[in-house]
Design a protein around this ligand. Structure first.
Ligand SMILES: [Zn+2]
Length: 492
């Protein structure tokens, strides 16, 4: 048992140093861990209580090994106990909230958010070490990442953690009731309460975030995703509270939105994504709104940007664009807003604060399908599905592509074939487009460095083509006409 006790003490020492575990609570928390493991005795030594620079991952590995050796739990249940022990040694939600508020008041929002993000990593909720393994590069104005961080699905029957998921509690994956829920291994989830549009919401980081400080703002109430005028108010409240973050809302329709449509939430974080940096292709003005510009950015998707210091103007113009788009009909472009089968038009708003004021970007989306495009006319077209088949949500629409983990191996194999001057093998036939484009880019000189660079370029051009597929207006002059109808004219 020596190793079990010393591994627990190492975790306690870690928590004392990194997770604000107080000396006063030490024995109490150790006993809580004993309760979790059903242990009734302790022969550990206080000199075990050594603060090391080990990562929680490493300390948990030692703890797991020691416990399995003593039959305290089975390998299949390790996740449940690892999550459980971390949940015991960290602060309770109210203490995290208080500390966050204290830092917010004293040092400002950026410091408070940095602290909370760091805390979420140190308690092992955000899998930062895994995230850092994801290949990530920029190409053709986009950020492309291959997501290896999400662990493989394990058999839920074997793991204790899977048992409760079917019971309907919590109602979904992002409900606040998940905070500390062992049934979904959420003992280490901590959230921060925020007020948006006069409603009680909360902020939390994403365990497998796709970018720096990626998180979600979630309604306390489990109600479906929807966008109305109050959405703009809530988004603006958010950036007023956290001006170093962007925040956006997925289109609340299937095939073009996020994976959780059942629960009202936004996505945001501490990285400014490529679309926000895209320069204005056209700038438009309306004498009704002095001090306010509307920009049509140089971007493949269809997006309208409202720039103003005046919140009321941003809200009003955003709402006018939303109302117009929900009814916009243009059969020549295949745009039908709704029919007897349902609604096809939606917007995806996303906002940042800069020295120019608020910059609200309204992305116009349609999820209409046809016999030619059963997955969506304005979705990645079939020739690109080997790269990206899942819906193009808010994050991708802003220029950060999250590609499936399998690609690392597949693209690696293709690169090797090209370097060796070999044809594409049968199992990779779907990638003929990638193979041919990379070959064309490298020409005769096929060294690995050149091939690797050409592969990145090719992925960048494919992702741009996918964005173009999602564009409801293929020409920016159509976006200008759309805004003309709302009283805006191009600034000459
Ligand atoms: Zn929910």
């Amino acid at each position: 048992m020596e190793k079990v006790y010393s591994s627990i003490n190492a975790l306690l020492a870690y928590a004392h140093k990194n997770l604000n575990l107080s000396k006063k609570n030490l024995n109490y928390v150790r006993n809580s861990i004993f309760r979790l493991l059903k242990l009734n005795s302790y022969s550990g030594d206080e000199k075990d209580f050594v603060v090391s620079d080990e990562t929680p991952e490493k300390l948990l590995d030692e703890f797991t090994k020691a416990c399995i050796a003593k039959n305290l739990f089975r390998v299949d249940d390790a996740e449940y106990y690892r999550d459980g022990v971390m949940g015991e040694i960290m602060l309770l939600p109210d203490a995290v909230q208080s500390l966050f508020e204290e830092k917010y008041t004293k040092d400002g929002s950026a410091t408070a958010l940095d602290w909370f993000y760091d805390y979420s990593i140190k308690c092992n909720y955000v899998a930062k070490a895994l995230l850092d393994l994801n290949p990530r590069f920029t190409s053709k104005g986009l950020i492309i990442t291959i997501n290896k961080a999400k662990p493989e699905f394990r058999d839920p029957k074997k793991a204790l953690s899977g048992n409760a998921a079917k019971e309907g509690y919590p109602k979904c994956n992002i409900c606040n009731e998940n905070e500390g829920f062992s049934g979904r291994n959420k003992r280490t989830l901590r959230t921060i309460d925020i007020m948006l549009g006069g409603e009680q919401w909360f902020w939390q980081y994403s365990p497998y975030g796709y970018f720096y400080q990626h998180g979600i703002a979630v309604n306390y109430e489990h109600i479906p995703m929807h966008i109305d005028r109050s959405t703009f108010e809530k988004l603006l409240d958010f950036v007023d509270m956290f001006p170093t973050y962007f925040i956006g809302c997925n289109a609340p329709l299937e095939r073009i939105g996020g994976s959780v449509l059942a629960h009202d939430h936004f996505q945001g974080g501490g990285e400014i994504l490529p679309m926000h940096k895209a320069k204005a292709f056209y700038t438009m003005v309306n004498s009704k709104y002095p001090d306010t510009l509307v920009e049509i950015p140089d971007w493949k998707g269809t997006v309208i940007r409202i720039v103003s210091m005046v919140r009321r103007n941003v809200e009003e113009i955003s709402e006018n664009i939303r109302l117009k788009w929900l009814l916009y009909k243009n059969p020549a472009f295949g745009l039908i807003p709704y029919d007897e089968k349902g609604i096809y038009h939606a917007i995806s708003p996303t906002v940042i604060k800069t020295k120019r004021g608020y910059e609200m970007n309204i992305i116009l989306r349609s999820n209409l399908t046809s016999s030619e495009y059963p997955d969506g006319i304005f979705h990645a077209h079939p020739e690109y599905h080997m790269i990206k088949k899942e819906s193009i949500g808010l994050i991708e629409a802003q220029g950060l592509f999250i590609l499936p983990g399998r690609l690392e191996k597949q693209l690696g194999e293709i690169q090797t074939l090209i370097v060796q001057g070999k044809p594409l093998c049968a199992t990779l036939q779907d990638f003929a487009l990638v193979y041919n484009e990379v070959c064309e880019r490298v020409g005769e000189n096929r060294n690995i460095k050149k091939v690797h660079y050409a592969m990145k370029e090719t992925l960048g051009s494919i992702c741009n083509a996918i964005l173009e597929n999602t564009a409801v207006f293929k020409d920016k002059s159509t976006t200008v006409l759309f805004m003309n109808d709302l009283g805006f004219d191009v600034l000459l």
